[in-house]
Design a protein around this ligand. Structure first.
Ligand code: IMP
Length: 185
C-alpha cells in the first residue's frame, strides 16, 4: 500500500517494514557491542516508541532492564514545545547506563526535558536511541543522540508507533504526509 488516508490527511509510503526491521537489526548489533559486559536500562517514551522498543529489545543480547515513561507535548500535527510532565521515570538510575528510546526527534524539546530529569539522578551514562530524526526541525542540541535509525526530511509522518491525532500507530510501515505541490507561476 503506497498511499493511505488518515482522517483528513493523505500519506505516502516512506519506509517499508522490511527496511525498518533491517535497520533495527543493525542498531541492535551496535548496542550489543557498545554495551558488552554492562547492564543498561532501556527507557521507552510512550506512546510512540512501543513498537520500536519491542522490536529493538528482541535484538538485544546483553543483560538489560526495560522501563517506560509517558510524556505529552504534542497535539495534532504541530509540535507545541510544551512539556507537561514525565510519568513513571525509574528512581534508581544512579550509576546506571541509561538508553532513552524514542520514536522520533523533532524539535528535541521532549528529549531535552527527559534528559534533564534523568541526569538529576547522576547515571553512569545516558544515550538516546531514536528510530527517526528530523535534523531540520531540531531546536535544541541533543548531545546524547547516539543511535538514529533514519534521518528524514521535515515532513509529518505516521505509522509504526507514530500517530496523527491518535490514529495510525498500528501501521507496519512509516508514511509521510503528502504535500500539495505549490502552483507554478
Ligand atoms: P519533539 O519534542 O518536538 O522532539 O517531539 C517529540 C514527539 O513529538 C515525538 O516523540 C512524537 O511523539 C511527536 N512527533 C514529532 N514529530 C512527529 C511526526 O512527524 N509524526 C507524529 N508524531 C511526531
Amino acid at each position: 500500500m503506497n498511499k493511505i488516508q488518515i482522517a483528513d490527511k493523505e500519506f505516502e509510503l516512506l519506509l517499508d517494514s522490511d527496511n525498518i526491521s533491517k535497520r533495527i537489526r543493525l542498531i541492535g548489533i551496535q548496542l550489543n557491542v557498545d554495551y558488552e559486559k554492562r547492564c543498561p536500562i532501556f527507557i521507552g517514551v510512550l506512546n510512540g516508541s512501543f513498537l520500536f522498543m519491542a522490536d529493538l529489545l528482541r535484538e538485544i543480547e546483553v543483560p538489560c532492564e526495560v522501563g517506560f515513561i509517558r510524556i505529552s507535548s504534542y497535539a495534532g500535527a504541530e509540535s507545541s514545545g510544551k512539556i507537561n510532565q514525565a510519568f513513571g521515570l525509574p528512581e534508581d538510575l544512579h550509576n546506571r547506563d541509561v538508553i532513552i528510546v524514542e520514536d522520533i526527534v523533532d524539535t528535541g524539546f521532549t528529549l531535552d526535558y527527559i534528559l534533564k530529569e534523568v541526569h538529576k539522578q547522576t547515571p553512569a551514562s545516558v544515550k538516546v536511541c531514536s528510530l527517526l530524526f528530523k535534523p531540520a526541525a531540531l531546536k535544541t542540541e541533543i548531545a546524547e543522540l547516539e543511535y538514529v535509525g533514519f534521518e528524514i526530511a521535515n515532513d509529518f509522518v505516521v505509522g509504526y508507533g507514530l500517530d496523527y491525532d491518535g490514529l495510525g500507530r498500528n501501521l507496519k510501515a512509516i508514511y509521510r504526509e503528502k504535500t500539495v505541490p505549490a502552483d507554478l507561476p
